[in-house]
Design a protein around this ligand. Sequence first.
Ligand code: UD1
Length: 437
Amino acid sequence: MEQYIIKGGNPLVGEVVIGGAKNAALGILAASIMTDGRCLIDNVPDVRDINVLLQAMEGIGAVIDRKSSNEVEISGKNIDSNGDLIVDNEYIRRIRASYYLIGALLGKYRKAKVVLPGGCDIGSRPIDQHIKGFRALGAKVKIEHGMVIAEAKVLRGAHIYLDVVSVGTTINIMMAASLAKGNTIIENAAKEPHIVDVANFLNSMGANIRGAGTDVIRIKGVEKFHDTEYSIIPDQIEAGTFMVAAAATKGDILIKNVIPKHLEAISAKLIEIGAEVEESDDAVRVVATRRLKHTQIKTLPYPGFPTDMQPQMAITLGLSKGTSTITESIFENRFRYVDELRRMGANIKMVDGNVAIIYGVDKYTGAEIDAPDLRAGAALVIAGLAAEGYTTVSQIGYIQRGYERFDEKLRSLGGLIEKVDSEREINKFRFKTGSMM
Ligand code: UD1
């Protein structure tokens, strides 16, 4: 079983280059099958969720040409529109973004049969708003035998008011409505940077979407899409994770290939607790030289503090002076890392399941822990790098779903971390790092 072994205590220092945004890429790759032309897409992160989605797209006949690890050419021309367009395999069942194939296939072929989405277990994660949106566009949608089955004779633009601000729903409706007849307005739309990126990608194929990035998105349906070439935006959460890694290990990291505007909520909190954050055009540098302070955080849709950065920030606050609170308002099951972190010496009290009261401790100590989900997994790796002694993190498949070469990037910053597969390799790492003291 693959694990990370970490010897903590080294401040992370140096430069790191951020990859393409996973959550934008998932929407963009799914949308690429909406043209019979070719889509050349660059800055695609080479992570498991992306590879699972591409494999599922191949399963329905899309031609995927991996030009390099971060560039892919896709053609949807050979998708058999007379078939049932069934998307299902054991891997796609475990990811969340399979739902984007419903919007893409429904928009292009007026039908789709896609297995119900899985994804990290961070809450109940319903898809009622997606279904409401497709129905408003005139589709019949039912759930049978674990599959979402959607079909429409005609898709017609509609005025849709979302009951909750949902990233997935906003992207899904944008896709289907772009090839519908007439105009669609999405009210109470999500505003995350990856919504704007997917809209820009669809527009580059010939869609007519305005207002992405605000809470009202207007879409004029067009008849068909054409070839495009597109480069995906940098990953806001990967960047944020390295920013917090600098803070938690009292390090100094220059994080390159980022859009600082997308990181403002994270930068503001780091500055508030006493870290230095320097922004330039496409980089941020985070320096922490002394013990940081406490703060209050509440997760909110963009531009609020991202739920996907909550566990990483908790790791830092656990080592900061004073008492902090984190309130999770997006997902109900996002604190499963707290028990693991307590094994490393953190002092955290949970209230009502969605508020963590964090009493800062002087240090964490290494322990054997499990990654409970993608972001919490990355957060616990950072805790290990900040801790005294050795930590092993199991279930790292979660981390590999969303972070490209995570251990390699951390090593380049001076982190003592290795992926190991046996007791022998663990002992070898201990020997190597022990003798380096
Ligand atoms: C996406 C991201 C995830 C991130 C989340 C919030 C992907 C693949 N995943 O997830 O990393 O944490 O945005 O930024 O991009 N909801 C409903 N009904 C619906 C849809 C959502 O009630 O039909 C609720 C959810 O339970 C949650 C809230 O809306 O409480 C936000 O969810 P949403 O923005 O849709 O998250 P995802 O698209 O699943």
